[in-house]
Ligand binder design. Structure first.
Ligand SMILES: [Zn+2]
Length: 492
């Protein structure tokens, strides 16, 4: 910011872990698409006399996330009760982790405007979700399906310096979580929630300003918009000699503004104390090693490999690895490229990457398909690319064919044959058509010969029209030039 203030932003992100059952009981953790209060039991509804049992899958998912976030995994970690009263919390407390979280001191590399930045991860810990309140007129209903669903809370260091950077961090985090297959990380569906906090300080200092926290954000875009708004709002307060109040702000999606909700609780208000019903959790080195060995190849590593192995640009590689299924599709396509043909492998990689990130992404978007839902295989895309390379079809025709491949699920060769789309490259045929066009348009030809060069394109257009776009453009151009020059020099 040029006016002398810089934002200092930290994020608190809650991620719903994709376990089969809840954090401390055997209830289905699906939480969506079920009748209210059908996925409950005495444990997650907080009945007296019941005991929680730790979900091992949730702990393993959390450890994997910690490792992927470059955290130190605690060998000894414990559970705590966070006490507060609210109708969606039947026990009157939430089981969480307070002073000994499962993972600490990590970092994530985030790229904003082509600049790499390291964002620190202060901690990541496990806790259980609360229920949901549904407001109907003058009363509220409680649905406890979600109560007890495992959450991973990830807290960043206040390293983020712009709304854009916060957005890029969230995008990167979502990619990581999806590579690990431990969460759908879908913010619109509540599987990921983000509460940013933001303060302003004179740029270049290490001061801490008064921060506000923003709640009720349900998309990455609203996080970015709310932080941008709050940056400007606090800046206006400070530059007019005012003081920022420590507040929890809400986000009004319609009006695009933040508004004060309530004063912020301090940690003390929750009266944290150790959970007496659960033993501390000891993470043995063998367990940690096993989970480390199960980690998939993470996006940054895949990206580096694409740059080295296939000569892709940083940008292209980043676009491909943003979705693990897309990265795999690209890699499978490269594996399906015929090795014996004399093709520059880097050029081939660039061509395939362009087809995927250009036309294919657009088509997938139009059809509402994810790459893994497509019927077209990577080898079939290579088949299409090879038809273009061999001159059998033009790039324009290939676009049409690709659309049909995605929608109908047929091979490029079959579609080209069935719809008679093959490009006309036959010299004799093209010569006949070009000669005919020149003969039929003596006026334009005369204008061209007297210096109006743009008419060459027009004549070319006539050939393409006659052949319904199937003529090989490079050959037509060469043929037309040859014939027109022959006319200029008075040859037949
Ligand atoms: Zn339950």
């Amino acid at each position: 910011m040029d006016k002398g203030y810089e934002p200092v932003i930290g994020l608190e992100v809650h991620v719903q872990l994709a376990t089969a059952s809840k954090m401390f009981c055997g209830c289905n953790a699906a939480a969506f698409g079920h009748e209210p209060n059908t996925l409950t039991c005495p444990i997650c509804t907080g009945q007296p006399g019941v005991l929680p049992v730790i979900n091992q899958q949730a702990v393993e998912f959390a450890i994997m996330a910690g490792l992927a976030l470059n955290c130190r995994i605690a060998s000894f970690t414990k559970w705590d009760r966070k006490n507060y009263h609210y109708p969606d919390l039947p026990k009157g407390y939430q089981i969480s982790q307070y002073d000994l979280p499962l993972a600490v001191n990590g970092w994530v590399m985030v790229e904003t405007n082509a600049e790499q930045k390291r964002i620190g991860i202060r901690r990541a810990h496990l806790e259980e979700d609360t229920g949901k309140l549904v407001h109907r007129g003058d009363h509220s209903l409680v649905d406890l399906n979600r109560a007890g669903v495992p959450l991973l809370e990830i807290v960043t260091e206040p390293d983020i310096r712009s709304a854009e950077e916060a957005y890029d961090f969230l995008t990167k985090l979502r990619t990581l979580l999806r590579y690990l297959k431990i969460s759908t990380a879908d913010m619109e569906k509540g599987a990921m929630r983000c509460e940013p906090n933001i303060s302003l300080r004179p740029a270049g200092t290490n001061e801490w300003g008064t921060l506000t926290e923003i709640k009720n954000l349900n998309s990455f875009r609203s996080v970015r918009a709310a932080l941008a708004y709050e940056t400007t709002r606090q800046e206006n307060v400070l530059t007019t000699g005012g003081r920022v109040k420590r507040l929890t702000m809400g986000w009004d999606e319609q009006r695009n503004i933040t508004f004060p909700q309530r004063s912020k609780e301090t940690a003390n208000d929750y009266r944290y104390f150790p959970e007496p019903d659960l033993p501390p959790l000891v993470v043995q080195p063998e367990w940690l090693d096993r989970l480390r060995s199960q980690l998939p190849e993470l996006p940054d590593v895949v990206k580096a490999r694409f740059v080295v192995d296939y000569g892709l640009s940083d940008y292209d590689a980043a676009v491909l690895v943003a979705d693990q299924a897309v990265a795999r599709f690209f890699q499978d396509a490269m594996a399906a490229c015929p090795a014996q043909e004399p093709v520059d492998r880097h050029a081939q990689a660039k061509t395939i990457s362009n087809w995927i990130t250009g036309d294919l992404f657009r088509l997938m978007n139009e059809c509402g398909l994810a790459v893994e839902e497509m019927r077209m295989t990577p080898a079939e895309l290579v088949g299409l690319v090879n038809l273009v390379r061999r001159g059998a079809i033009s790039t324009g025709t290939a676009r049409e064919v690709l659309a049909e491949m995605v929608k109908q699920g047929d091979s490029a060769e079959a579609i080209v044959q069935r719809r008679e789309l093959a490009q006309i490259s036959d010299q004799g045929t093209l010569e006949g058509i070009a000669g005919q066009v020149i003969e039929n348009h003596p006026g334009e030809v005369a204008q061209y010969l007297s210096g109006k060069e743009s008419l060459l394109q027009w004549l070319m257009g006539q050939v393409m029209r006659t052949t319904q776009g199937k003529a090989n453009p490079a050959r037509v151009l060469a043929l037309l030039k040859e014939k027109l020059e022959a006319k200029r020099s008075g040859q037949p």
